[in-house]
Design a protein. Structure first.
Length: 107
């Protein structure tokens, strides 16, 4: 995974979602619903979250699109989890580094 990049750059164009740098979650602005990026360790988990959100009564096309763009902006999906149609895994620690959190075990 690439090193951490500017959170502000990644936060553009993911409305109606915002990134909470304290929790590592994408948060839906209208109701506070949280999607934890730290759990996105493989493509199945990403797809599960996208489908879960798509089933919500409040999830219109803009909500789903913003979520997909947001996850991709922060985790670079094609490069880290599903390039060339091959499912990959990344560790929680790799995600923590990209999001700017200390790795587990660090103080």
């Amino acid at each position: 995974m690439k090193n951490r990049i500017d959170i502000q750059d990644r936060s553009k164009a993911i409305l109606p979602w915002v990134y909470d740098s304290n929790t590592g979650c994408l948060v839906f602005q209208d109701n506070g619903y949280e999607v934890p990026l730290l759990e996105m360790t493989d493509s199945a988990r990403v797809l599960d979250w996208v489908i879960q959100i798509s089933k919500k009564v409040w999830a219109d096309d803009a909500v789903i699109a913003g979520l997909v763009v947001g996850i991709d902006r922060f985790l670079n999906l094609q490069g880290t989890l599903c390039s060339a149609g091959v499912s990959k895994k990344i560790s929680n620690n790799e995600i923590r580094v990209v999001l700017g959190f200390p790795q587990k075990g660090e103080h």
